[in-house]
Design a protein around this ligand. Sequence first.
Ligand SMILES: Cc1cc2nc3c(=O)[nH]c(=O)nc-3n(C[C@H](O)[C@H](O)[C@H](O)COP(=O)(O)OP(=O)(O)OC[C@H]3O[C@@H](n4cnc5c(N)ncnc54)[C@H](O)[C@@H]3O)c2cc1C
Length: 190
Amino acid sequence: MNTTKRILIVGGVAGGASAAARARRLSEDAIIIMFERGEHISFANCGLPYHIGGTIGDRKQLLVQTPESFYKRFRIDVRTHTEVVSINREKKEVSARNLTSGEEYVESYDCMILSPGAEPVRPQMAMPLAGERRGFTAQVAPDRTCLIQWQLKCTFAQPSARRRHGGRANRPPRFGQEHGRKRPTPAALQ
Ligand SMILES: Cc1cc2nc3c(=O)[nH]c(=O)nc-3n(C[C@H](O)[C@H](O)[C@H](O)COP(=O)(O)OP(=O)(O)OC[C@H]3O[C@@H](n4cnc5c(N)ncnc54)[C@H](O)[C@@H]3O)c2cc1C
């Protein structure tokens, strides 16, 4: 009889990744699979505000582990861009969907750990600016990219900025050079 335990974990950031590492320490032979809907696992959410503000320049500094390093260190099968879409508690199975290929498949489990976090509340107060929303959330690293893109767009839409940049109102954002950029004016961020 196969006694190897299968442990499935939903969510791969603070709670999920900690639970996965702990499970491995408790059992050397368990099969541990961690599903993460997003792109990254185990990242430092608390560093995000510093990243948005430019204090932490390189996004990679927020990434504590990658799927590869997690496998190397803990032998945990990490499946990013994969969403657990349903759980069958009677059969002890989950259905997971690969968000890149759309493929859906079933995995069985002996133990399941749910660490799906929470969604930010989005108040209905976003106002249009050049056809865009002004409300952003800062929960995962890609959120920050959206916010910076919007800041830059506002900056370059300002008449003073147009003059500074020789009238090139739609100058494209300079990614990778965000530290050297002019901060958006308070008026642009209202
Ligand atoms: C900007 C910011 C700053 C913070 N600063 C601090 C701080 O300074 N100190 C502090 O103690 N805490 C801080 N926190 C809070 C801390 O980051 C959270 O408490 C912690 O991340 C919660 O971890 P979690 O694993 O429960 O959820 P999350 O970190 O939200 O992770 C849950 C993950 O589950 C994934 N998921 C959800 N559903 C599914 C599904 N069906 N299938 C697959 N994957 C799924 C999500 O994609 C998500 O990545 C901060 C949070 C933010 C956003």
